[in-house]
Write a protein that binds this ligand. Structure first.
Ligand code: PLP
Length: 392
């Protein structure tokens, strides 16, 4: 195996040239907006191709480059761009590949801001989107039109963990010259490698597991050199939405401990799930690598792990019971996002008007739990006392 493919080499060495900075173990934050030239010819060369050298930090920056090399290698991709949010990575990857009159096929219920882009922004430019149930490959085949340019995937998604057969969708898209994009935030490149399955571009919110400490917002996009250069030259430079050197440095720092954190979170999650599954108030635990999951076999075939995000369906008759449960938690905090050191919860009913709550609708009784780095017993005790507070 080449060292470039070795996980420890990627995280500890790849992209780092310590001779350039006093053999410092941690790389410097190259906090500069611009770079100086000695020759007019050199300046001209970079004006012609800003992807070839350092000119201005809205484009390339040495600290960001260390991160780009590591993230590209983790995905097994030729190249990588890092944005100032996952939403930026989503927007740039799609926007770069459509023009007026084009059509997109997206999996049902993609991440909120992907959906808002498809529903609100792109229609202003005559780009339309068809949503499909991605659990069946035939649905993609039926939705494809002659003007379909992009297939947008998210596998698993982050509420019900519906997954798509990435290899099959990639094959179908390739045969029709359609670009495939997958949101891989749930698995990270450690637990799923969509490029190896034939997907063209992979994105993830680095705000989640890569950052890992709930202190940075960023997004990753990987793919071919040609595609990354095209997006750099247009969307990234034009929108100016690249990651800052400081945030890139925090993400390099996050990467050092990514495998250890994911391993720890995975082990704790299994304990939390086993406990919740035998609790009388928990109707169901939804987790893609649980043997009871509807797409368990497909999940096992394309995912190496599943980590800390799971959904429970509470046996509630009234919304107040869900509210009581959430508000009784003493340690698990109620917040959006996930992937940090701290465990979190978010009830689906928070996105409903109270009068719209219907206990007969399973989704209304869903709560998403993120398991962080705490001791498993600490989390289980907190969940137990909050379930007891529901008082049934
Ligand atoms: C958080 C998230 C995003 C967006 O990332 P930001 O960094 O918040 O912009 C995209 N996809 C999924 C699945 C997410 O959870």
């Amino acid at each position: 195996m080449l060292p470039e493919h070795d996980l420890s080499y990627i995280l500890n060495e790849l992209g780092e040239d310590r001779d350039q900075y006093f053999r410092a173990i941690a790389p410097p934050i190259m906090q500069t907006s611009n770079f100086a030239f000695k020759k007019v010819d050199d300046l001209r060369k970079v004006f012609e191709d800003e992807y070839s050298n350092y000119l201005y930090t809205r484009g390339l920056n040495p600290t960001v480059d260390i991160l780009r090399k590591k993230l590209a290698a983790l995905d097994g991709a030729e190249d990588c761009l890092v944005f100032n949010s996952g939403a930026s990575a989503i927007f740039a990857s799609v926007f770069a590949n459509v023009q007026s009159g084009d059509h997109i096929v997206s999996v049902n219920k993609p991440y909120t801001w992907a959906q808002k882009m498809f529903d609100n922004t792109l229609p202003r430019f005559q780009v339309s989107t068809t949503y499909v149930d991605g659990t069946n490959i035939d649905n993609f085949e039926r939705a494809i039109q002659p003007n379909t340019k992009v297939i947008y995937l998210e596998s698993p998604n982050s509420w019900d963990y519906a997954i798509q057969d990435l290899k099959a969708v990639a094959q179908l898209a390739r045969s029709k010259g359609i670009v495939t994009i997958v949101d891989n935030s749930y698995c990270t490149p450690l637990y799923q490698k969509p490029i190896e399955l034939g997907i063209d571009m992979v994105l993830q919110s680095a705000t989640k597991y890569i950052g890992g400490h709930s202190d940075v917002v960023a997004g990753v996009l990987t793919g071919s050199n040609a595609m990354m250069k095209k997006i750099f030259d247009n969307e990234l430079l034009n929108m100016g939405n690249g990651v800052t050197p400081f945030n890139a440095w925090l993400l390099i720092r996050g990467l050092r401990t990514l495998p250890a954190r994911l391993e720890r979170i995975t082990a704790t999650t299994h304990k939390v799930i086993a406990h919740l599954q035998q609790h009388p108030l928990v109707e169901e635990v939804v987790f893609p690598l649980d043997p009871g999951f509807a797409q368990y076999d497909l999940a096992r075939s394309q995912m190496k792990g599943a980590c800390g995000l799971l959904t429970i369906v509470l046996q509630a008759k009234k919304m107040q019971e869900i509210v009581t449960f959430c508000e009784s938690l003493r340690h698990i905090m109620m917040a959006v996002s996930w992937g940090g050191y701290e465990s979190l919860i978010i009830p689906k009913c928070a996105s409903l008007q109270p009068e719209a709550f219907d206990p007969a609708v399973r989704d209304h009784r869903m709560l998403r739990i993120y398991v962080g780095l705490e001791e498993p017993e600490y989390l289980i005790a907190d969940l137990d006392q909050a379930l007891a507070a529901v008082g049934r």
